[in-house]
Ligand binder design. Structure first.
Ligand SMILES: Cc1cc2nc3c(=O)[nH]c(=O)nc-3n(C[C@H](O)[C@H](O)[C@H](O)COP(=O)(O)O)c2cc1C
Length: 202
């Protein structure tokens, strides 16, 4: 039995209790590539839902061209993720970001990452990321005047680095997969496996 301890009301500035980092690659109407780290993402079946600031280039590209790759970095790629963190594809940099962000046209080069062609969408995959999800935008929710947009996209192709795939299956080897998590603006790896769900397949 777990001991029940007292709770208290708090006012945290963000509610980032812990989600995986994704690198979203997109292109604009003239096929210029952009790449941005996000942590607001979740999955329902083959649907991925992304939470994106309206002042970024990523949402503009998604509304213009309707495609992306959700690239999942592992813990070893934290320095590359953090190299992308202060960059935006928007020029000029929006005033509210001007003190801490700079415009960058080649984010792959800025982070030492390598573009790799996708199969079904125009934006490139990130070769160094162990997992790539090619996706088509289905709907963008929320008014354009809002601070954030909620993007619903269909995952149409999944790529996983072969050393992470259990041979002869489509299962990811959980002993080898080391997703990068974002917890209150710190980066973490996952801890111990503390049990399997009754629906776990292996
Ligand atoms: C680890 C991490 C997680 C982030 N999560 C999000 C997020 O979920 N949604 C978002 O809009 N921005 C998020 N950001 C901030 C964007 O990366 C940042 O606004 C960036 O300038 C967007 O690039 P873009 O304007 O080229 O699209 C995150 C940044 C980092 C480093």
């Amino acid at each position: 039995m777990t001991e029940t301890l007292a709770h208290q009301a708090i006012e945290p500035s963000v509610l980032y209790f812990g989600t995986p980092v994704s690198l979203i690659s997109t292109v604009d109407a003239s096929r210029t590539t952009n790449l941005a780290p996000i942590s607001s993402s979740w999955y329902l079946g083959r649907t991925v839902v992304l939470g994106l600031g309206r002042n970024g280039q990523t949402i503009r590209n998604l509304e213009a061209t309707g495609e992306c790759v959700v690239n999942l970095p592992d813990v070893r790629l934290q320095p590359a993720v953090e190299a992308l963190a202060p960059l935006t594809g928007v020029a000029p940099v929006p005033p509210e970001k001007a003190d801490r962000f700079r415009h960058e046209t080649d984010k792959f080069a800025a982070a030492g990452l390598t573009p790799l062609a996708a199969d079904l969408v125009a934006p490139p995959r990130v070769a160094e990321c162990p997992v790539h999800l090619e996706a088509h935008v289905v709907q963008v929710h929320g008014p354009k005047s809002a601070e954030f947009a909620i993007v619903e996209a269909d995952v149409v192709k999944v790529h996983a680095r072969s050393d992470l795939v259990i041979e002869g299956t489509s299962h990811i080897d959980l002993e080898r997969w080391a997703p990068l998590l974002y917890v209150f603006r710190h980066y973490f790896g996952v801890g111990d496996d503390v049990g399997r769900s009754f629906r776990a397949e292996y």
